[in-house]
Design a protein. Structure first.
Length: 427
């Protein structure tokens, strides 16, 4: 990895380079996805089957996996895997249940009643990648907050694996997370089917979950027809480290994100030149033992950097400007700085809170804003699966007391019919 010294310019040029990495989607991809969406909208299941055969090689033996069948996959799973996903599920549930909101109502002495009704969405679709990028953890992270929110039905779509069969680990995770039905279909055609509905696949209110560029593009194009979680860019980690950090830990954590994708970014900010050099050496040593070495090398070469800062304040200022998906504070007193981090998807405190802890197990959601959007977006949560309605009740007397103000505001805006709606009640 390249080592540079912070000078107020070089590090901010890096931010601009990273923004370009998550720029506009190639027009050819947009056109291809648009064709798929329109075909599914018009031809339904026939188009879904056609695209599944074209992109996955064959149609699955069966399209739907019902809830009762999911338990069979769980029962047959490796015992250690079952224990791990159940423990992870419990942690994720415990964290997210604290986010649940309640409906409320207030009654005033003059008879006015106002309030807010909170309830879960009716039906949500979860996209889960299959094949080589099969992530059971994503099933838990997407489904559990939806269950807590009170979503009535959770549908999962995932590409059929080899020979048209589902990935058994994903099916087991779906059972643990409380998914109601699974459809063995993937790609942009699955997203379109969830958005518009087909004879087999029921229309949903919201689509969440990660996918490749075609899936992400489909979600982006269909936003408005259906709600989505976010348009996720390449994964990223930023580590802030002082002289007390352990280079072997830092190197391992940087590569844990770099292995996701050749476009993933992994950046280390440190106040110690010795730590910077030692971390670079550790990367060279550890990478030899990792399966996704080629991906890691390209990611670190293209979007990785080690920057030596004058002090932690400078590093934190940069972190807030970058607004990373994952931020590790590998410093002597991490809790001292948590209140100064304004822009980050998820923050990991200390040398023994590595990013994979959050990816799989601790409880906070791993669906996080990327590409600097942590400045204004939040992680997936129970709030992502609810809708709110307000309600108002006024007595005749209280409307009379307010009518002159309302009429004045309506007349000021030139909306005389609004004003008349008030006036007519008192003529």
């Amino acid at each position: 990895m390249n080592i540079t010294k912070a000078n107020g310019k070089t590090e901010y040029e890096l931010i601009e380079a990273l923004k370009k990495r998550a720029g506009e989607t190639d027009k050819k991809i947009v056109d291809a996805v648009t064709t798929i969406i329109n075909s599914v909208k018009e031809q339904g299941d026939e188009a879904v089957r056609e695209f599944t055969v074209r992109f996955d090689g064959m149609a699955p033996k069966k399209t739907i996996v019902e809830k009762e069948e999911l338990k069979a996959y769980y029962d047959e799973a490796d015992e250690q895997f079952k224990s791990a996903i159940v423990n992870a599920k419990n942690n994720i549930y415990d964290f997210h249940k604290r986010q649940a909101q309640q409906s409320w109502m207030t009654t005033q002495e003059n008879g006015i009643i106002m309030g807010q009704r909170v309830r879960g969405l009716n039906r949500v679709g979860i996209y889960v990648p299959g094949g080589t990028a099969a992530y059971p953890s994503s099933v838990l992270m997407n489904a559990i907050p939806a269950k807590i929110a009170g979503v009535k039905e959770i549908i999962m779509v995932t590409p059929p694996g080899e020979f048209g069969n589902p990935n058994p680990d994903i099916m087991a995770a779906a059972y643990v997370a409380g998914v109601d039905r699974v459809f063995l279909v993937g790609g942009a055609q699955a997203v379109a089917a969830l958005a518009y509905g087909t004879e087999k696949i029921t229309k949903v209110d919201k689509i969440v979950g990660p996918g490749n560029i075609f899936v992400a593009t489909a979600k982006k194009l269909l936003y408005g027809v259906v709600d989505i979680d976010m348009v996720a860019g390449p994964s990223e980690i930023l580590i802030v480290a002082d002289k007390t950090a352990k280079p072997s830990f830092l190197a391992a954590d940087l590569m844990s994100q770099a292995e996701h994708d050749k476009m993933a970014s992994a950046i280390l900010l440190t106040t110690s030149s010795d730590i910077a050099k030692a971390t670079a050496k550790e990367i060279e040593r550890q990478i030899k033992f990792l399966q996704r070495q080629e991906i890691i090398e390209q990611s670190l070469n293209d979007y990785g950097e080690i920057i030596v800062c004058e002090n932690l304040e400078q590093a934190i200022d940069f972190a807030n400007e970058l607004a990373p998906e994952h931020l590790e504070l590998c410093v002597e007193e991490p809790l001292k700085y948590i209140g100064k981090i304004d822009n980050a998807g998820s923050v990991f405190l200390g040398n023994y809170s590595p990013e994979p802890l959050g990816d799989y197990y601790a409880g906070p959601n791993h669906v996080l804003p990327t590409s600097g959007t942590a400045r204004f977006f939040s992680p997936l949560s129970v709030d992502s699966f609810i809708k709110k309605s307000s309600f108002i009740y006024y007595t005749e007397q209280e409307l009379a007391n307010a009518k002159d103000d309302i009429v004045k505001l309506a007349d000021t805006e030139g909306l005389t019919a609004h004003a008349n709606s008030i006036k007519v009640r008192f003529e």
